[in-house]
Design a protein around this ligand. Structure first.
Ligand code: MG
Length: 309
């Protein structure tokens, strides 16, 4: 996420507020010390009584550049820069990027899924106009609709590990983080092959492990994607490619959860909470433990809890 801070005059502060007021973009809720807060094009603009205006979001620079400030220097918020632990190239959100993300690692029921997607820089405005953003901020219906469009519009790869396979791998000693690394690498490789002869500026992996560990986990793989690979937490907000990958992965997860629920005739809950234990216990009683293996990640503590119920 880009953060732009401008120090403005009293007059400028009011001019900016009026500009967003006219667009009907002002928000009702204000952070402490703020005179106004507005949201347009996924950019949040906050004007403080201290005559500071902050532009936050992927297109913060573009939004800030709509105004001509007297004291022009654009300063990045120091605190935010410090918080973001990454070494992404400048103007990262405008580059052509292959992004990857995974779904289902925290869910007892359902498969483990990794997706990667390529967003060429010239497609970014279009993708942003579709409303592509962090899948955690989107409803399930929106995710499915968006994924339908994205899978037609951009190159992507989707890897699904069904529960039976996942359980077998885990029993063979494969830890979940290593499995993640291997699948991210594979998904990235497949997308990279798909877009050839076109190239990419960077690859962004939504960070789940230290860079060194990631590369050590994939060092026995036949195809290792290592060129221009970056890691960052909150990857979805750093480049639309990760947001697209997360939407595609999430939609696939939702569809599979739906199929599995239909097969069993019971709605499988997401996550790993108490309701999950109850449904697991029901499956054991109705179909036996063997069946559970086809629907759940059985190394989770939920299995033991379900048996005790
Ligand atoms: Mg992630």
């Amino acid at each position: 996420m880009t953060n732009i801070v401008k120090i403005v005059s009293e007059k400028e502060l009011h001019t900016i507020m009026e500009y967003y007021e006219k667009q009907g973009a002002l928000l009702a809720k204000l952070p402490p010390g703020a005179l106004f807060s507005a949201k347009v094009n996924n950019v949040t603009i906050t004007g403080y009584r201290s005559k500071k205006v902050m532009f936050q979001g992927q297109y913060a620079t573009q939004e800030a550049n709509k105004f001509q400030f007297q004291d022009a220097p654009v300063t990045k918020a120091k605190k935010q820069v410090k918080k973001q632990k990454h070494d992404l190239p400048p103007q990262f959100q405008t580059l052509s990027v292959i992004g990857s993300d995974e779904v289902g690692t925290g869910d007892y029921f359902g498969p483990f899924i990794v997706a990667s997607a390529f967003c060429a820089s010239d497609k970014l405005p279009y993708l942003a106009s579709l409303g592509v953003k962090d899948s955690k901020q989107l409803s399930d219906d929106t995710i499915i609709k968006l994924a339908r469009t994205l899978t037609k519009e951009i190159p992507y790869s989707l890897l699904v590990v069904p529960n039976e396979k996942y359980n077998a791998l885990h029993e063979k000693g494969m830890n979940q983080v290593k499995l993640k690394a291997i699948l991210h690498n594979q998904a990235l490789y497949l997308t990279r092959e798909k877009i050839k002869p076109q190239s990419y500026d960077a690859i962004l992996i939504d960070q789940f492990v230290k860079k060194e560990t990631y590369f050590s986990y994939i060092n026995k793989e036949t195809h290792q994607v290592k060129e221009r690979v970056y890691f960052a937490t909150k990857g979805e907000s750093r480049h639309l490619a990760v947001a697209c990958a997360s939407i595609i992965a999430r939609a696939a997860f939702l569809q599979r959860m739906d199929q599995l629920s239909k097969q069993l005739g019971i709605t499988l809950p997401k996550g790993a909470g108490k309701n999950v234990d109850q449904v697991a216990s029901h499956i054991i009683r109705a179909h036996g433990e063997k069946t559970l293996r086809q629907y759940a990640k059985i190394h989770f503590a939920n299995t033991e809890k379900a048996k005790q119920l």
